[in-house]
Design a binder for this molecule. Structure first.
Ligand SMILES: NS(=O)(=O)N=C1NCCCN1
Ligand SMILES: [Zn+2]
Length: 261
């Protein structure tokens, strides 16, 4: 009963009114990762990441988050290894964050919340002919999740932060060339992986999640720049873009695997 009423509240959240369309879901995201319940899988390989900075196209405000889009017409920016059977192409990355530092991430680790979470979204060009197709395919997508914690200034992120005023309003877009998202990866190779879903519409259960164990550090000013973005279009009454994370979803019959002991 608690679960269903919980999910009903979830379904009424403005960002996810379409929640009911997948309310029968058995593998929804995000989840709270219980470290001690995760199972070390010695067959998990190291994740291999090869991003070509020249495939970076533009940055835009899509009304949920700000998003950096990549040219995914070739295999120039791909990930492979880890739990993956083939390579996946980078399509875009975006973030989720809170109004204050006490919350903001979508996933949690033993109920620990981070102030923000980066998602790098990839699709399977072997089983799908386009990103839009892959969204509907079982395991058509891989999303790498990286936690952001409050700490030192992140020089690589600053190039992104400096572009945010240009995409303050919903549907604003600005050219953004030569950016290597590898600079946003923690150096620690450890990750958890589990089968889940998109956390924004269409919420389809097509995602192999790879959640990095170690957060990257960003400073207060950088987080505050995220919070100056708007959900609203130019000319509308301003609504700050904050708390753009989905509530936790039930684990149901899933096991989270770890790449580390
Ligand atoms: N936050 S998320 O799971 O990445 N959600 C997404 N929804 C639309 C397609 C890309 N990603
Ligand atoms: Zn996301």
């Amino acid at each position: 009963a608690a679960c269903s009423s919980y999910r009903l509240r979830d379904a009424l959240h403005p960002l996810w009114q379409s929640e009911l369309s997948v309310s029968g879901g058995t593998r929804q995201s995000p989840i709270n990762i219980h470290w001690r319940d995760s199972v070390y899988d010695p067959h998990l390989k190291p994740l291999k990441i090869h991003y070509d900075p020249a495939t970076c196209l533009y940055i835009w405000n899509n009304g949920y988050s700000f998003q950096v889009e990549f040219d995914d017409t070739t295999d120039k920016s791909v990930i492979m290894g880890g739990p993956l059977e083939n390579h996946y192409r980078l399509k875009q990355f975006h973030f989720h964050w809170g109004a204050i530092n006490e919350w903001g991430s979508e996933h949690m680790v033993d109920s620990k919340v981070y102030p923000a979470e980066l998602h790098l979204v990839h699709w399977n060009p072997v089983t799908s002919t386009s990103f839009e197709d892959a969204i509907m395919e079982n395991n058509g997508l891989v999303v790498i999740g990286v936690f952001l914690k409050l700490g030192a200034h992140h020089a690589g992120l600053q190039k992104l932060v400096d572009a945010l005023p240009a995409v303050k309003h919903k549907d604003a877009i600005v050219e953004f060339d030569v950016f290597d998202p590898s600079c946003l990866m923690p150096s620690c190779p450890d990750y958890w992986t589990y089968d889940g879903s998109l956390t924004t519409p269409p919420l389809t259960e097509s995602v192999t999640w790879i959640i990095k164990k170690t957060p990257i550090e960003v400073d207060q000013n950088q987080l505050e720049e995220f919070r100056m973005l708007l959900f609203t279009s130019a000319g509308e009454e301003e609504k700050r873009m904050v708390d753009n994370f989905r509530p936790l979803q039930p684990l149901m019959n899933r096991t989270v695997r770890s790449s580390f002991r």
